[in-house]
Structure formats: structure tokens, C-alpha cells
Design a binder for this molecule. Structure first.
Ligand code: PA5
Length: 530
């Protein structure tokens, strides 16, 4: 495809909306008239699929579920009165709860006020809150947020160290749609243990966001947690930022969640437009299709020139890759679809991998994201007539130009400034583009069989770990991994090696080793059995 600057083509393709301030330029993605003509029919189908989805069709057939994240910002669209009421009630409950926490009406066991939030969740129950927090946080926020988003003991200790003496003033928000995710359960138990050590009742410092009747919900109920907020099966984890999953942490931090919702709602209106040139999500999906040949042939690099948007690429990585990375299409054909997403921020990344983007392998397309207003107050001049923000703008423009000159495709998204409204716009824009793109390539964007498979595989490893530890204890013999595998009748000595080595490295269940290499001999030692 030919990548060049062309003023006429730019004017023809440049999308700008005055109300949201959103702009999109796909003129350097090689979209010519032939391409638009060829994609007209598939795009019509994508519009139709989306309209049916919004009306409450079973858009996630594998899980037999509706897909309703668009109703969260306009409950009137929800297909039943009951859902409309639940959406509205939850929004108001979030606002009311956050206000009571800020006013000290809901207070910790042994302090006047909650001043910190510890958000415990993973994947779709963490990435949205993390992104929104890093985009909007200020030093004046009523509560500072921390995250457990893994089951890494060192990571957990690090966060607890950061919270330090403020733990009695910290509110834990445990988020899990299924309510059974092990990483989140572990994080919750580790947090509970930290409160127990201070003689504090965990339930008086905890709230849950979870599905009705889930394990987490039952646990919260049984242990008298402060409150519970619902997650619905018609909201997917990666599209849950505008449900209680994202709204509760955001409201507690003092962000304007009404504006977040308004931004998304305004973008939803824009992206329901059926004229392609007037629909930024359709243009985006078509640019992805062209850029990756509709089969993930090239990677999507997300390069926001704004520190506040650095976690956007991480958020999008999940939204896009978990949605589009699928083995089969909706007709059951093996397609192994996907779209690889990576990136951090400019101009920082210009001093890292942008060298390869300009001169190396041409296996990507870049999305530059510019924020037009670079600071809320006035800026000093770092050179005559030039500010730091001028440099930032100069860097994205210069880098984009350099990429164009070496034939590398790119597009540009710009927003007027980073605030709750524009963050809502960006979230809704990409959610819709993912939905359109999924229709173009005929896949189910709303299930995640790979994630479920990973969860099951870990369970098997933990079973094996138990067998290995018991076998070493019972036999009392020193054994190499292959001997140990043989002893317990397991056909994979490498798997046995890794679990035994993990136990030995952590002096757990009495397992020790003479070294940690492949020839290691593992043996039970009572001294380490605690
Ligand atoms: O997007 C998804 O569906 C996943 O990433 C989930 O959010 C993640 O696995 C966490 O699941 P849960 O919220 O059920 O704990």
C-alpha cells in the first residue's frame, strides 16, 4: 500500500467532532477508494450486527449471553425494565457509597476516615481501573488508590509497604465478575491477613463488586462486608470499566463518573452513525483491517504523547487481544485471528523501540494519540518562543513524518485534553471499533476460552505439586526429577522438575535440593516442613 501525505486525501478522511473534540486521521493507512468500495458490504453487516447486539441479541453465542456494555451509559437502551432499573440503581449506589466514605459516614473500624483504596482484581477487573486512575489522578484526590492485580507475593508485599501505617484507613475493593478467580481470591486473603495482624475486622474495610450468588458474594455476605455492587453476565470483563468495576474505584478517588459516562455516551452516539466517513469507530476498524490485512499480519503500536495515557496501551492490549485473538470464526473455521497491540508513550519510546519502527522490519502500524491542550496552566519557555509542550507536539509530528517517509503506516487520534469525559470517549471508541472489527472478521469478540484454559492448567500444576511433596516425604529418598516423575507415575519430568524446584527454592513443605539445575536431587527434610 502507498503511504504518503496528501492534503486532499487528508481533508477527505479527517474526522472531527465538535461536541466530543475527538479527531481521527486515517489518511496515512493506505485506504483508497477501491478499499472503501470493497468494504462497504462487510461494514454494513458490522453496523447491523452492532445494532442487534445493542438491542439485546445473544451476541456471545458460546456463552449464550447478551453483550450490554452500551446500556451502561444509556440505560434506556437496555432490553428490559429490570435491567434499566439495576443499571440506574447501581450508578446511584456507587455515587452514594463514595460520598458517604468521603464524608466519614462510612468509616473504618479504628479511624475517622478512609483515605486509601486497595483495589483487588485482575484482567478486566483491574486494567480499566488502573488506566483511568493513572489518567485522572491528582494530588488533591480524596483517596489514593493501590492495586493487587496478581498473585505475586513480592508484589503484594510491595503494595502493603506503600500503604504502610495507613492500612487501618484503607478500603479494600475486591472485584471479580465470576467471584472465583484465584489471583483475586489470593489477594483478598493476603489483604485480610494483613488486617488480622493488626487486630482489625477485615469486613469493616471491604466491599465486593461481583456477580450475584458468586463465591465472593457469599464470602462477603458471610463476613459482613460493608457493601456489594453487582456485575452482570451481560458485561464482559474487558468492557466493564463503566460498570461498578470501574465506576466504584473512580468515584472513591473523586473522579467525575458522570462525565466518564457522558463521554462514552456521546461517543456511542457518534459511532452509531451508518455513514462510514462520519463514524470514527468504523474508520478505525477499517484502518485496522487494512493495516493488518484482516488477519493480524501487522502489529498495532499505540503511542500516546501524554504521560497520563501511558496505561492506555496496556488497557487496549487486553480489550483488543482478548477479544480478537480467537482460534475459530463464528462459522467454526480454524482462523487463528488476532491483532497484536503494544506501546507505552511518546516521546519516551522514541528513545527505545521507535528506531526499529523507522528503519527496521515493517510489521506494524502506529496509532499516534495527541492531547491538544498540554497543560492546565501557563508554560515557561525552554527556548525562545518554545515550551516543553511544543517539543512534545513537535516530536509526535516529526516522528510520524519520519515514519511516513519510510513507508510506515500510521494514524492519529487527538482529544482536546485528558479529563473524565475524554477518557469515556476513548474507551467507547475502542470498544465499538473492536465490535466492528470482530464482525468484519466474523469472530466472537466476547468470550475468552484461552483465559479459561490457562486457569484449568494452573490447577493441574498445583495438584502435581501436592503429589510431588507427598511422594518425597513418604519415600524419604533423594530423587532427580525424572526418577521422581517415574516414582509418582507422571509422564512429564520437566513439569515435576519445575514444581520441585519451586518448592525447594522457597523451602516449602520440607522439599530441599542439592542444587537448582536440571540434575538436582530433591529430598524431604523435616526441618523445612512448615
Ligand atoms: O476480560 C475478561 O473476561 C477477563 O480478563 C476477566 O476480567 C479476568 O479473567 C478476571 O475475571 P473475574 O472478573 O471473573 O475475576
Amino acid at each position: 500500500m502507498s503511504i504518503k501525505t496528501d492534503w486532499n486525501n487528508f481533508q477527505k478522511l479527517f474526522f472531527h467532532d465538535t461536541e466530543t473534540g475527538l479527531s481521527l486521521d486515517v489518511s496515512r493507512m493506505g485506504l483508497d477508494e477501491n478499499f472503501f468500495a470493497a468494504m462497504e458490504k462487510p461494514m454494513r453487516k458490522a453496523f447491523q450486527d452492532m445494532a442487534e447486539l445493542e438491542r439485546g441479541a445473544i451476541a456471545n453465542p458460546d456463552e449464550n449471553r447478551m453483550v450490554g456494555h452500551y446500556w451502561l451509559r444509556n440505560s434506556a437502551l437496555a432490553p428490559s425494565e429490570e435491567l434499566r432499573r439495576e443499571i440506574d440503581e447501581t450508578f446511584h449506589k456507587v455515587l452514594e457509597f463514595a460520598a458517604k466514605v468521603h464524608e466519614g459516614e462510612i468509616r473504618p473500624e479504628r479511624a475517622e476516615r478512609f483515605t486509601r483504596v486497595l483495589s483487588i482484581g485482575i484482567g478486566g477487573s483491574a486494567l480499566g481501573p488502573e488506566f483511568v486512575s493513572s489518567a485522572l489522578e491528582t494530588a488533591q484526590d480524596p483517596m489514593k488508590i493501590h492495586f493487587f492485580d496478581n498473585t505475586d507475593p513480592e508484589g503484594i508485599d510491595h503494595v502493603l509497604d506503600e500503604i504502610g501505617d495507613d492500612l487501618p484507613r484503607t478500603l479494600c475493593v475486591v472485584i471479580s465478575k465470576s467471584g472465583g478467580t484465584k489471583e483475586t481470591r489470593n489477594g483478598m486473603l493476603e489483604a485480610q491477613n494483613a488486617y488480622d495482624r493488626l487486630g482489625l475486622h477485615f469486613g469493616r474495610h471491604a466491599v465486593a463488586v461481583t456477580g450475584k450468588g458468586s463465591q465472593l458474594s457469599k464470602y462477603a455476605e458471610a463476613n459482613q462486608w460493608l457493601a456489594q455492587f453487582p456485575m452482570w453476565d451481560w458485561v464482559g470483563g474487558r468492557t466493564s470499566e463503566l460498570s461498578a468495576v470501574g465506576l466504584l474505584p473512580a468515584a472513591l478517588q473523586g473522579f467525575d463518573i458522570d462525565d466518564l459516562i457522558k463521554g462514552a455516551a456521546a461517543c456511542d452516539i457518534l459511532t452509531r452513525e451508518h455513514v462510514i466517513a462520519k463514524n470514527p469507530a468504523a474508520l478505525l476498524a477499517l484502518a485496522w483491517y487494512k493495516g493488518s490485512e484482516g488477519k493480524g499480519a501487522k502489529d498495532m503500536v499505540i503511542l500516546p504523547y501524554a504521560d497520563r495515557l501511558m496505561l492506555f496501551s496496556r488497557y487496549l492490549q487486553q480489550l483488543i487481544m482478548e477479544s480478537l485473538g480467537k482460534a475459530k470464526d463464528l462459522s467454526g473455521n480454524q482462523v487463528n485471528q488476532g491483532l497484536t497491540v503494544y506501546g507505552n508513550k511518546g516521546s519516551t519510546d522514541q528513545h527505545a523501540y521507535v528506531q526499529q519502527l523507522r528503519d527496521g522490519v515493517n510489521n506494524f502500524f502506529v496509532t499516534f494519540i495527541a492531547v491538544l491542550k498540554d497543560r492546565r496552566g501557563p508554560s515557561m519557555e525552554v527556548e525562545e518562543g518554545i515550551t516543553t509542550g511544543d517539543f512534545l507536539s513537535g516530536f509526535w509530528q516529526g516522528t510520524r513524518q519520519a515514519l511516513t517517509e519510510s513507508g510506515r503506516a500510521s494514524m492519529l487520534i487527538s482529544i482536546p485534553e485528558v479529563n473524565a469525559f475524554t477518557i469515556g470517549v476513548l474507551i467507547a471508541l475502542y470498544e465499538r471499533a473492536v465490535g466492528f472489527y470482530a464482525s468484519l472478521i466474523n469472530i466472537n469478540a466476547y468470550h475468552q476460552p484461552g483465559v479459561e484454559a490457562g486457569k484449568k492448567a494452573a490447577g493441574k500444576i498445583l495438584e502435581l505439586q501436592k503429589r510431588v511433596a507427598e511422594a518425597l516425604k513418604e519415600s524419604g529418598k533423594a530423587m532427580k526429577a525424572d526418577e521422581l516423575a517415574n516414582h509418582i507415575g507422571h509422564d512429564d519430568p520437566e513439569a515435576v522438575f519445575h514444581v520441585a524446584r519451586h518448592l525447594a527454592a522457597n523451602s516449602r513443605l520440607g522439599v530441599t535440593a542439592d542444587n537448582l539445575g536440571a540434575e538436582a536431587r530433591f529430598v524431604y527434610d523435616k526441618k523445612f516442613d512448615y
